[in-house]
Design a protein around this ligand. Structure first.
Ligand code: SF4
Length: 164
């Protein structure tokens, strides 16, 4: 399956916990003031790559703790993102994902992707709430959500609350 990406960071130390293969997905229509990745906005920009190519690169690195889907907006390419997330889970890796949606407002067809995400950083970047002290997110409205615990407890459970 093809996926449109803006770029890759094969070993990232800042896009989640541990060493992560970060995939910057292309396309976002939010135009948040102060966005750090404006080059990822154009829905037709970036480049198309095969998900199998990315999975092969992920498999090759035994040091990885997980993958991170970021962007851009990963939920604009749900099928390709789901394929990557499933492959990562099958390899025993964790999956983190950044989205401009809030957890409550994710698209109705988001379930297959969400079920394969361990940690979701939700909400768009709000410049007036920017906080450089935050770990793994840019503005105070964003939440680092433990998705599985959130499903289990039927309420938002933050990753930091479970010792993350
Ligand atoms: S949601 Fe993220 S990628 Fe999209 S404009 Fe906002 S900060 Fe940039």
């Amino acid at each position: 399956m093809q996926i449109r990406i803006a770029g890759l960071v094969p070993e990232s130390y800042v896009d989640g916990d541990g060493i992560r293969f970060a995939i910057f997905m292309q396309g976002c229509q939010r135009n948040c003031e102060g966005c750090h990745n404006p080059d990822t906005h154009d829905l037709n920009g970036g480049r198309l790559v095969d998900t199998e190519e990315l999975i092969a690169a992920i498999k090759k690195n035994p040091l990885l703790d997980g993958i991170t889907l970021t962007g851009g907006e990963p939920f604009l390419q749900i099928c390709a993102a789901t394929e990557l997330a499933c492959a990562a889970k099958n390899l025993g890796l964790s999956v983190w994902c950044y989205t401009g949606y809030t957890f409550e407002d994710l698209p109705t067809d988001a379930a297959p992707l969400l079920e394969n995400i361990d940690v979701l950083i939700d909400g768009e970047f709000i410049f007036s709430l920017r906080d450089l002290e935050l770990q793994f997110c840019g503005s105070r409205n964003q939440r680092i959500i433990d998705v599985k615990k959130t499903y289990e407890q039927n309420k938002i459970v933050l990753w930091s609350e479970i010792g993350g």
